[in-house]
Write a protein that binds this ligand. Structure first.
Ligand code: SI3
Length: 292
């Protein structure tokens, strides 16, 4: 049961104005991206708004994704939470729901020591039979790790990979060379092609919810050795990403899904709905993506 490679959307969670998950919208998003040819889904991560959700809401999303995908592609469940018992509970649920792997963000906010973080992952890896993908996102956790520290975490039995959401490509390259068996996912969609050139196994990202065909074309161009086309596609994608990020990323991704008739819903508070001018910009971004 290998971890998936290729293009893996970090799945959005469409919700209504009360923050309840819109099941039908979530199912449409899963079916649409599956039709585009994605290789798996990362469920309940940052893009899924996990840190704004209750445990039962997170569990519900894990269940809807596994029922809908029904083993067509492998699923990775992000189960990281500030309350360790919640992580353990979600890890158990992910296993029962047939997930291929679990993933957990590195513990944040309290300035934990490396030893504390190490023992957190050791315990999670002991209780779960599923392989673990550590979620490294220093810009949002405020906690970075040296490549030596990441290598020590990678040596924990059951630790199978890393989602590397950082722009330190030197660190990525050093890790790749040091840990040839470790599964590495690129996390910043802006850096897909450079990360591919350094040997990542897959890419997990938010923008693939709306740009999967382009990202898959980039992936295939790279595989075929057509670097000119891959570079052009990265340029096209980055023009789109720049516009998306400049317009409030997650609400804009969902607004684009609405425009495509898939139903993206809203984001949970404190995210605000898009303003009228942000909606106009979102329409322009969607039209731009369609033209590319
Ligand atoms: O857990 C997740 O939702 C992710 O995979 C996050 C992913 O790395 C995204 N990072 C964040 C903070 O949203 C990227 O896909 C990012 O949105 C994209 O590269 C645009 O900057």
């Amino acid at each position: 049961s290998a971890l998936p490679g290729g293009i893996i959307p970090a799945l959005l969670t469409p919700v209504d104005s009360r923050g309840e998950t819109l099941r039908d919208h979530l199912v449409s998003l899963l079916e649409y991206t599956l039709d585009c040819g994605v290789s798996g889904f990362y469920v309940g991560g940052s893009t899924g708004e996990c840190f704004l959700m209750s445990v039962s809401q997170r569990e519900e999303v894990l269940a809807i994704a596994s029922e809908t995908v029904a083993s067509r592609v492998p699923l990775i469940a992000h189960i990281g939470a500030q309350n360790v018992d919640d992580s353990f509970y979600l890890a158990e649920r992910a296993q029962a729901l047939g997930y291929r792997a679990i993933s957990a963000v590195t513990p944040y906010y309290y300035g934990f020591s490396f030893q504390e973080i190490l023992s957190y992952y050791q315990e999670l890896c002991e209780i779960s039979k599923l392989p673990m993908v550590m979620y490294f996102i220093p810009a949002l956790t405020g906690r970075t790790f040296t490549s030596q520290e990441i290598a020590r975490l990678a040596a924990i039995p059951g630790m199978a990979g890393i989602k590397f959401t950082a722009d330190d490509l030197f660190k990525l390259e050093r890790l790749r060379g040091q840990l040839p068996e470790f599964v590495m996912y690129n996390g910043y969609d802006e850096l897909l092609l450079p990360a591919l050139s350094l040997g990542v196994n897959g890419a997990i990202g938010s923008t693939y919810n709306v740009t999967a065909p382009l990202a898959i074309a980039l992936w295939e161009s790279f595989r075929e050795g057509d670097l000119a086309r891959a570079g052009h596609l990265q340029w096209e994608l980055n023009t789109i990403i720049e516009m998306l990020v400049g317009n409030n990323l997650y609400p804009t991704l969902k607004d684009i899904l609405e425009r495509r008739g898939l139903g993206g819903g809203l984001c949970r508070k404190p995210f605000l709905p898009l303003t009228a001018s942000q909606k106009e910009e979102s329409a322009r971004i969607d039209a731009h993506i369609t033209r590319v």
